[in-house]
Ligand binder design. Structure first.
Ligand code: PGA
Length: 251
């Protein structure tokens, strides 16, 4: 079986100024210094540089929360992969449901963003997940299948294993309603199977995270599932003690 290093990512969304980022890291970095898992913090754009500087002497990585697929151009308000690389950023979240819901992120755009991130040397974290009414209607598998197929369409088979995928059921995000470990395992197993239809090797290597109301109390049980390789954490990642406890649960 392939060795997959667990990955714990903190999605801060539109939270934490530069000063708050520095304060968080001053407490958090010493607590995870011995962690044998991969840890990534994803601050808003203005705090990225401070995060990169503070994490430089640690193994904690820094990722952005979105990017545009072009290197430069007339795209007001957007940020490109080379701009993130220049800051020393390691990765980027793509296709978070809040971007899909509130900012019109499409599968077509994601199909362009994913190869652009990989070509630039950024580790993408692709988010997929169903809405509550889709789960209730028994459409979860179909939604996930469609998103995986469309979003990864332009990624070469050899690079598929370099994408991190986060399964984030929309009804579990910020609601306190976590998917059960069985629900999360089933969905993530399906996602791995879909990757496997393109490359068996990539399916063995691709890391698939669970996201949606992960906290220090439920993390261990979720992370113990065979196909769950880590977590993308929102609310509970804003507190350095809570996020360090989630990292410890994965170690
Ligand atoms: P949550 O957010 O942990 O607050 O549910 C997860 C996410 O949106 O990535």
């Amino acid at each position: 079986m392939a060795e997959r290093t667990p990955l714990l990512a903190a999605n801060w969304k539109m939270n934490k100024t530069i000063e708050e980022t520095e304060r968080f890291l001053a407490v958090f970095l010493p607590r995870v210094a011995d962690a044998e898992v991969e840890v990534v913090v994803c601050p808003p754009y203005p705090s990225l540089k401070a995060a990169v500087e503070h994490c430089a002497q640690s193994r904690v990585k820094v990722a952005a929360q979105n990017m545009h697929e072009a290197d430069s151009g007339a795209f007001t308000g957007e940020v490109s992969a080379p701009m993130l690389l220049e800051l020393g950023v390691d990765g980027v979240i793509l296709g978070h449901s809040e971007r899909r819901q509130h900012f019109g992120e499409t599968d077509e755009a994601l199909a362009r963003k994913l190869p652009a991130a990989l070509a630039a040397g950024l580790e993408p974290i692709l988010c997929v997940g169903e809405r509550e009414e889709q789960r209730d209607a028994g459409e979860t598998d179909e939604v996930l299948r469609r998103q995986i197929e469309a979003d990864l369409a332009e990624v070469d088979d050899e690079r598929l294993g370099d994408v991190v995928i986060a399964y984030e059921p929309i009804w579990a995000i910020g609601t306190g309603r976590t998917a059960t470990p069985q629900q999360a395992q089933e969905a993530i197993e399906l996602i791995r199977e879909r990757v496997g239809t393109r490359s068996v090797e990539a399916a063995a290597h691709v890391r698939i995270l669970y996201g949606g109301s992960v906290n220090p109390d439920n993390a261990a049980e979720l992370l113990a599932q065979p196909d769950i390789d880590g977590a993308l954490v929102g609310g509970a990642s804003l507190d350095p003690g809570d996020f360090a406890a989630i990292v410890a649960a994965a170690s």
